[in-house]
Write a protein that binds this ligand. Structure first.
Ligand SMILES: [Zn+2]
Length: 160
């Protein structure tokens, strides 16, 4: 169970993994290698591809019993927290990764979580953006303002 490493703007990669170490994490996966955080800090490791750096939440041997499932569920919860809504499950042997996201997004688009207001025409969330839920659009009809387009302004073209 691994989470993408999120580095707040005011921290460096090494500062961030030092925080992970304080939180009790042992390993990271950077540039396709599994490293102990201790080692990475000792060697001042800078990832070549920061987008592909992951925090190892837990290495799990899956077994078909209640205890394993509970452990897995706990890891998934932590992984989602650390990855801000994203985590990955990697098969240690095959290196195959499966991505998970609990964010309401797809293809780079973040969607609004659907709720009751979405289906209410008299709420700003659900209202038609054009008429704002009134069913009619208030606008000026230029044919009513200037009924006779042959007249000039001085000839009272504008019908108030
Ligand atoms: Zn409308």
């Amino acid at each position: 169970m691994i989470s993408p490493v999120k580095i707040p703007g005011n921290r460096t990669f090494l500062e961030q993994i030092a925080v992970f170490r304080q939180q009790g994490y042992m390993r990271i996966q950077v540039d396709g290698h599994l490293l102990s955080i201790e080692e990475a800090i000792d060697y001042d490791y800078e990832p070549k591809d920061p987008e592909r750096s992951f925090l190892v939440i837990e290495r799990i041997l899956t077994q078909d019993d209640e205890e394993s499932y509970q452990k897995l569920a706990d890891s998934i919860e932590i992984a989602f927290q650390e990855g801000q809504g994203r985590c990955l499950l990697e098969n240690i042997q095959t290196k195959e990764q499966i991505h998970f996201s609990e964010r309401f997004e797809k293809d780079g688009i973040v969607f609004h979580l659907p709720d009751l207001y979405f289906f209410t025409f008299n709420n700003p969330y659900g209202a038609c953006p054009l008429c704002e839920g009134y069913g009619k659009i208030m606008e000026i009809d230029e044919n009513l303002v200037i009924p006779d387009k042959n007249l000039s302004v001085y000839e009272d073209a504008v019908a108030c």
